[in-house]
Ligand binder design. Structure first.
Ligand SMILES: [Zn+2]
Length: 93
């Protein structure tokens, strides 16, 4: 009988752990632009920085309106690290 209860508790715990995992992965996705969005933006900008128009060797994705929870493609632009750092510095003042 004790075994049955133990097994039941163990299964319940495993289920809870799985639910926690799926909640965490949803939060993780919400924080970033999707691969699809990033690809679309890069193609639209012809792999060039949205600001200085140089060909991007290192790409950083910027939330144009500063709202990091808004991951729509209209809020996404690809920047080189220089322009991204410059934008982040100037917009925070
Ligand atoms: Zn740039």
């Amino acid at each position: 009988m004790v075994d049955v209860i133990n097994n039941f508790l163990k299964k319940n715990l495993q289920r809870k752990e799985r639910q926690k995992d799926s909640i965490n992965s949803k939060i993780f996705i919400r924080k970033h632009f999707s691969e699809e969005t990033k690809e679309k933006v890069l193609i639209a900008q012809a792999h060039r920085c949205a600001d200085c128009k140089r060909i991007l060797t290192v790409v950083e994705f910027d939330h144009m309106n500063g709202d990091r929870s808004d991951n729509s493609s209209s809020n996404c632009q690809a920047l080189c690290p220089n322009c991204h750092a410059y934008k982040s510095r100037t917009s925070s003042i």
